[in-house]
Design a protein around this ligand. Structure first.
Ligand SMILES: *Cc1c(COP(=O)(O)O)cnc(C)c1O
Length: 369
């Protein structure tokens, strides 16, 4: 590491380590779950779920991934600069005024409604696009009536090169949910009506619903980044982030003292409080106030009091003074306590926690070439 960078890391209040080897290992792990003939794309919207698309995308491309999904046109344009050759699909679809950018940057729009299908066929004939069929999410994608109109007017699709036909499941993380087979059946029915094209239904969790759900292209996002695609079961994915933060101050407090804003946490006995340089402005959600924990030299200590903008407070009474001291690091995320655990303490899901990861952290990428 260059000395300037090393100095920046040393003075940072918190360090986020991102393991690109683990991201690639997760991509390969998912690939083993599907048949050889299935194409494994990667969904890297929202800056690769917060991990940094400029680092994550090349690592995945080197591992063999050649199809990427992002949400917005801007994300696509940024990704094109990073990956000159890969196929890049834009989930948000065609928005007014964006057509020229799609063509210039060779981005593939996901056509989410009939109007977009008509426009793309008319203004950019024979250029690739992905057709998105809604099968029960009621968010984006052609409705059943729109699919019927498409099949009644085959000329509407005649001038579009269908790179894929996709749909998205609402309840893939609940394997027993009746909505999964319902959506699968609706997707199959729509596919049977439409011209042949590679089909794509599965995000991370859906890959684990079995081969019926894989079709020709799978599009995982979260699991690549270590989020458990099987909530309630052991996580088959590797953790990709570690977060450690500095203790800024340690203080002895009397029994009856209250810690932090709102005086929500009263100490029952004389205690020691460590104040750590991570707060909700760093993505450590305020809803995790008085909940969850951190580790100091492997020993877990509870969060006490409210999370504030830049700080959180830990009860370190049980930790020896030479370990819990200013300048020492606490582990907020590690292999033992991961993004899903921290998210649960905050009353949310790993997806939200990960995509909110702060911009103030000194970021270290492991496994970067
Ligand atoms: C975000 C997204 C995915 C990836 O989902 P994960 O649960 O993160 O694997 C796949 N398809 C669509 C349409 C998405 O919006």
């Amino acid at each position: 590491m260059p000395s300037e960078r090393r100095a920046a890391v040393a003075r940072a209040g918190a360090i986020l380590e991102i393991d690109l080897h683990a991201v690639v290992a997760n991509w390969r792990r998912l690939k083993r779950e599907v048949a050889r003939t299935v194409r494994m794309a990667a969904v890297i919207k929202a800056d690769a779920y917060g991990l940094g698309v400029a680092q994550v995308a090349p690592a995945l491309a080197r591992a063999g991934c050649d199809l990427f999904f992002v949400a917005s046109l801007d994300e696509g344009l940024a990704l094109r600069k990073v990956l000159p050759k890969a196929s890049i699909a834009i989930l948000d679809g065609l928005l007014a005024g964006g057509d020229g950018d799609f063509v210039r940057a060779r981005l593939v729009p996901v056509l989410n409604e009939l109007g977009q299908v008509m426009r793309w066929g008319k203004t950019h004939p024979y250029r690739p696009a992905i057709l998105h069929i809604d099968t029960g999410m009621e968010r984006l994608g052609l409705s059943r009536a729109e699919v019927d109109r498409l099949t009644a007017h085959p000329t509407l699709l005649a001038r579009i090169r269908l790179a894929a036909i996709m749909s998205h499941l609402a309840c893939a993380d609940e394997p027993g949910h009746p909505k999964n087979p319902e959506q699968l059946a609706r997707f199959r029915a729509s596919l049977a009506q439409l011209p042949h094209a590679p089909a794509s239904l599965a995000s991370s969790s859906a890959i684990f619903l079995g081969r019926d759900y894989h079709f020709k292209i799978v599009r995982p996002g979260a699991a690549l980044f270590g989020i458990n695609p099987l909530p309630g079961k052991p996580n088959p994915m590797r953790a990709t982030v570690a977060l450690r933060a500095k203790i800024l101050q340690v203080r002895d407090v009397d029994a009856g003292a209250t810690v932090g804003y709102g005086a929500t946490h009263r100490m029952e006995r004389p205690s020691r409080i460590a104040t750590v340089a991570v707060g909700y402005a760093d993505g450590w959600l305020r809803s995790a106030s008085d909940r969850g924990s951190a580790a100091i030299a492997g020993q877990r200590v509870p969060v006490v009091g409210r999370i504030s903008m830049d700080l959180l407070t830990l009860d370190v009474t049980a930790i020896t003074a030479n370990r819990a001291k200013p300048g020492a690091y606490v582990d907020l995320l590690d292999d033992a306590y991961g993004i899903d655990d921290a998210a649960e303490a905050a009353g949310t899901i790993g997806y939200e926690m990960l995509t909110l990861l702060g911009r103030r952290y000194a970021r270290i990428y492991r496994g970067a070439r």
